[in-house]
Design a binder for this molecule. Structure first.
Ligand code: URA
Length: 245
């Protein structure tokens, strides 16, 4: 594999930045400064040090994206922009191909994991694993204490009673009392929160996912931005999915 491709796949530098760091002597291959960014390396056998830090090659790719409003959680779509369209070609070319881990509605923003690890994704989304996801929401009408109790206990969303969840109201100012908060679910039925609010004769006006299992949306990522997960984040995600090592 080319060294610049390796550095881009491991999230250390874009291909063009990789060239600059290599020219500045910032990359060591088996102890010797790399001469050229397009040199071939063995990702499994060679020791690559990037700016003093050992780079670990992983078989799978894991991306955290701050999904913006208006973009669909799909790999491709004839009409709409997808979360994959927001990634550069050098990333979308990765094989196995990347896909979003679960779905957020077109107008939901926030934390989206994009990976090509099908087994882990499947496990994280399995209802039996109870992986928590927290969303910040706002609704059209104030929620009463009775609404909160009903939503937390489970409401009927078209023939399905939702599992118990946690809801905290967080008024941004006294006038907004009951119109915003955080809801934590461990299941993910299609349009679940939207339908839960409709079951209480209310309407979601904004929805943003801020956590997914052990991961929190990186506040440094603005809407539409993304980064590779860190080693610690990957390990935490694997643990949440019941995969060790
Ligand atoms: N619930 C919804 O209604 N929409 C989402 O995008 C996620 C959860």
């Amino acid at each position: 594999m080319r060294l610049d491709k390796f550095l881009s796949l491991t999230g250390k530098a874009s291909r063009s930045d990789a060239g600059k760091v290599v020219r500045g002597g910032g990359v060591l291959v088996n102890g010797a400064p790399a001469q050229k960014a397009d040199m071939n390396i063995d990702p499994d056998g060679d020791e690559i040090i990037f700016r003093g830090e050992l780079v670990i090659y992983r078989k799978f790719t894991y991306i955290m994206m701050h999904k913006p409003d208006g973009v669909v959680s799909a790999t491709e779509d004839d009409r709409e922009e997808t979360v994959l369209d927001l990634l550069p070609e050098e990333i979308t070319r990765i094989r196995p191909a990347l896909f979003p881990c679960g779905r957020l509605d077109k107008h939901t923003t926030g934390l989206m994991i994009i990976t090509n690890n099908g087994q882990l994704s499947h496990r994280l989304l399995s209802p039996t694993r109870h992986v928590d996801k927290t969303y910040e929401f706002s609704v059209k009408f104030p929620l009463s204490d009775e609404d909160v109790t009903a939503l937390e206990s489970g409401v009927d969303i078209g023939g399905y009673i939702t599992a118990p969840c946690k809801l905290i109201l967080e008024p941004p100012n006294p006038d907004e009392r009951g119109r915003a908060g955080k809801i934590t679910l461990h299941e993910g039925k299609y349009h679940q929160i939207k339908l839960m609010m409709e079951a209480q004769h209310n309407q979601i006006t904004s929805l943003k996912r801020v956590t997914f299992g052990p991961l929190a949306l990186d506040p440094a990522l603005r809407a539409g931005e993304w980064r590779m997960l860190t080693e610690d984040e990957i390990k935490a995600l694997e643990k949440a999915g019941g995969i060790s090592g």
